[in-house]
Design a protein around this ligand. Sequence first.
Ligand SMILES: [Zn+2]
Length: 284
Amino acid sequence: MRKFGAYPIVVNYNLHTRLRYQHKENDFHRAGRYDEERQLDIKVNTSSDSTIENNLYKQELNEYEQTVCNCLRKIEGNLVGLMVLGLINKKTTVRIVPKSDEELKRCTCALTGPLKYDIQKDGSVARGVGLGDTVILFHPELGDDTLLHELVHAYRYSYNKFHPLNVYYRTEYASYTVTSEEVLAHQIENMYMSQAKRPVTLDYVSQAPAEKKEIYDFLADNYFLLQSLKYFLRHEYLAMLAAHTFTTTDYNPFRDYVALEAEYLEGAVSPTVPELGTPLLPTK
Ligand SMILES: [Zn+2]
């Protein structure tokens, strides 16, 4: 288990501990013993593999924790990344824990959720609701850009601001419904990439490589994405700060929001774009 710099981040290799207790967690769940399931899950995520069997997994533990720390150092070396790291609530702890190679094959994704998640009354296995300390399930192969994305989620949870609203959008090929939290994380991720002069992507789901101009046109063409940007500019300190700080970063839709809205309004009936979640007024 190692702490990363002065940030409230701990990298914790607990793969074997987690796999060992997996069936027990599942048993608790099936039996409807949700409190015990969560208690065990918290124990698993705060325990290190270094404590089992005379540190049998020492080598893979060191390898994982070192690689993730290198990843975090890369994020720290990027001004957008540095801002995200610095904003995470220091009264909380973010734990980065390993995803196994097999799990990565099943889903090339990372996952962030609260350590003490809210138990769902309907017996659902969903663990995404809650606040405070967080756990990021991460495989190093996913890269620093994915980790940065997850840290945006962790930051929002750390201040009890992770409140997903549905956002609908369409690309040239398909339409999608995602959450506002994914919209924010994707935009910050794109800014992070742009700051490093690495390729940016069109949207959260398709992850299609695109030029800034193409993405801006796409944003200006999608009412709910514009509404999301506006919502975050008004309520999310990270978005406001990013808009004013990264003046020379090529891709920065928060800084360029006014121009995006103007582009949308050119052909629109409505004289303005409300922020996301604004109820529609009845038409007279
Ligand atoms: Zn995400």
